[in-house]
Design a protein around this ligand. Structure first.
Ligand SMILES: *Cc1c(COP(=O)(O)O)cnc(C)c1O
Length: 410
């Protein structure tokens, strides 16, 4: 997208506003599909939690993607967007048996990640095919906050517990139709991923009725210059060979599954905000914007880097800024960042704002969540209205139980 398009959107729909470029999502989807075109059956299930607007889910559906969901509400959003239930996989963590049963009744593929639920679900519904989430104990990422493969992770059933899984499967007579892993959100090293895949293949051999093997996600996209990016093409080549060999050995053409979130939507997103105040202190120039971590929490929560450009003055002289929000806490998007000179009223754009940005937004400080706009075929489509004051109060119950303390009569 051009700066002029973004500026026009900020003008038309106001700020702050999220903007998603559909062509980036489409090209990322095609890149991933192309990397695995030598595999007979490939299934990409988009991870809804990254960005869950119905228009985005419809776009994914039109591309042929399924959905990876983590709550019954995400499942319902997918159904509302027109996605067929058998195109949805439910991969929750720490969710009740009752919720899993409800989702299963909708015709959605269930993925179970702990022995307790596996045993309970298998006992009650031995005929429902179930996928098992394995923890291969491989840390694919450098950041231990988002690498979930380690030994004490709350995700997945440990490969060391395979004998226990097998005993439950045998005792209940349940049908395991898929094996799954998701080792985290930071695959830096293809070889580490391939190593985890070998563990998954070994595990798969224990189950005779598999339809698919799901390799989860964790594909890395660049957030700043010099960032490591997963080489999808090389990865595709290497895993394709191993997968096809495994299928021969297994005696069946299995489906190869992935659940990318960030890879598909991160780079498609821009978050636009207006600079309210430029404030100088003894050591710093702050640019205070009409937003805060209530709208984009990743810098505060994960120390994530988001590129920032001043789209009102892209060619200006660069200066150093700390970009801060209006929340009454240390609310910092970036410190000491080189940005083209900022004047109050300028619109700045945060890059990589497609994944885990709007979907993590809140009403903290009683602010409205922003509008969302989809840029498709050179046209801006409003896909979510900005909230209004009514949204803040609509679920609050007005109680009339207090009496005003009055001054004692003298
Ligand atoms: C969040 C999640 C994903 C998506 O991860 P990305 O890093 O956004 O690609 C995939 N699978 C599961 C089970 C998840 O919880």
């Amino acid at each position: 997208m051009e700066n002029a398009n973004l500026l026009a959107i900020a003008k038309e729909f106001g700020s702050p506003v999220y903007v998603y470029d559909s062509s980036t999502i489409v090209s990322q989807y095609e890149r991933l599909t192309n990397a695995f075109k030598q595999v007979k059956h490939v299934k990409l299930n988009y991870a809804v939690k990254a960005l869950s607007n119905l228009a985005i889910l419809k776009l994914m559906n039109s591309l042929g993607a399924g959905l990876d969901t983590v709550s019954i509400q995400e499942v319902k959003l997918g159904l509302l967007a027109g996605v067929a239930p058998n195109n949805i996989i439910f991969t929750p963590n720490g969710v009740s048996l009752a919720e899993i049963e409800k989702v299963s009744e909708m015709g959605v593929q269930i993925n179970i990640d702990n022995l307790s639920i596996l045993e309970q679900f298998g006992t009650k519904h031995p005929d429902v095919p179930v996928c098992i989430r394995i923890n291969p104990h491989v840390m694919a990422g450098g950041n231990s906050n988002i690498s979930v493969g380690h030994i004490d992770s709350k995700f997945g059933i440990s490969i060391h517990q395979i004998p226990h899984i097998l005993r439950i499967v045998e005792n209940t007579g349940m049908n395991i139709n898929g094996i799954h892993m998701h080792t985290g959100s930071d695959i830096l090293d293809i070889d580490v991923f391939l190593y985890a895949s070998e563990i998954l293949f070994e595990t798969a051999k224990n189950f005779k009725n598999l339809d698919f093997i799901d390799f989860g996600s964790g594909f890395k996209v660049p957030y700043k210059e010099g960032d490591i990016e997963t080489n999808i093409e090389e990865f595709g080549q290497k895993l394709t060979k191993r997968f096809n060999d495994f299928c021969k050995e297994y005696g069946k053409e299995l489906i190869l599954g992935f659940e990318p979130g960030k890879f598909l939507v991160s780079e498609a997103g821009y978050f636009l905000a207006e600079v309210n105040v430029v404030k100088q202190t003894t050591s710093t120039v702050f640019a205070g914007i009409d937003s805060g971590f209530n709208h984009l929490i990743r810098p505060m929560l994960y120390n994530s880097y988001h590129g920032i450009i001043n789209i009102s003055n892209p060619k200006g002289r660069e200066r150093f800024y700390s970009v801060v929000g209006y929340i009454c806490e240390t609310d910092t998007f970036a410190t000491n960042r080189r940005i083209s000179e900022i004047t109050e009223g300028d619109i700045i754009a945060f890059k990589n704002a497609g994944a885990y940005c709007f979907s993590m937004a809140s009403n903290y400080n009683s602010r409205f969540r922003p509008a969302e706009v989809l840029w498709h075929n050179n046209e801006a489509h409003l896909i979510r209205k900005r909230e209004t004051f009514e949204d803040l109060t609509k679920n609050q119950v007005d109680v009339d139980i207090f009496t005003k303390v009055t001054e004692p009569a003298s």
